[in-house]
Design a protein around this ligand. Sequence first.
Ligand SMILES: C[S@@+](CC[C@H](N)C(=O)[O-])C[C@H]1O[C@@H](n2cnc3c(N)ncnc32)[C@H](O)[C@@H]1O
Length: 207
Amino acid sequence: MDAVQRQRILSAQRDAWRRHGYHPNALLWSSREVQERRFQVLFEMSGLQAGDSLLDVGCGFGDLAGWVERQGMPVNYTGIDLSPELLEEGRRRFPGIDLYEGDLFDFNPPPESYDWVWVSGTLNRNLDDGGDYARRVLARMFETCGKGMAFNLLDARNEWVAQRWDLQSFHPDEMETLAEGWSDCHAIRDDYLKGDFSLVVRKASGS
Ligand SMILES: C[S@@+](CC[C@H](N)C(=O)[O-])C[C@H]1O[C@@H](n2cnc3c(N)ncnc32)[C@H](O)[C@@H]1O
């Protein structure tokens, strides 16, 4: 990600944080329900297990850590995000979880260093690069996971999504083809929220 792209995300997040404070709208989610619906789908699709390590790329406040805990699923959670404001609030809300500032390439985790690597909503902003940065993040996520990766993206087939210049969307077929190149073991869902789809890609040796 270049400096201009990073600045674009940082200033949008700062504005949203100032306007909304600790609220899903500060993450550009329309409601808590749509935020948590996405978590639920990734959870169901991945089959996350107690004791797994989970890296949440673009964690915002780290709400996923609280949500997973409420499902009665103790995991070793780590969140990374570009926004210092959101991370500071996250540390106040969820003391004891590991939150770090930066993107996946700044964080630079070793291969297979987390059981699961998840993304929810992180790659939805248009960075004017045709989605190249997002594709690089997804490839790096697959290298980083030991069991698998789970992510959602905006669906380019949706009319409302496609006409939003500020949003980056993808065609599910393209993502499935990408996933096939990484692993035979993958699954896709697009039946839970309009304009969104989720994919889980497992390492062949993963459970
Ligand atoms: C739609 S919000 C979702 C936050 C969180 N995943 C959730 O659902 O509660 C997107 C988040 O991704 C962060 N973000 C955007 N691009 C990022 C990147 N390349 N690396 C790390 N964080 C990023 C933003 O700062 C923001 O907090």
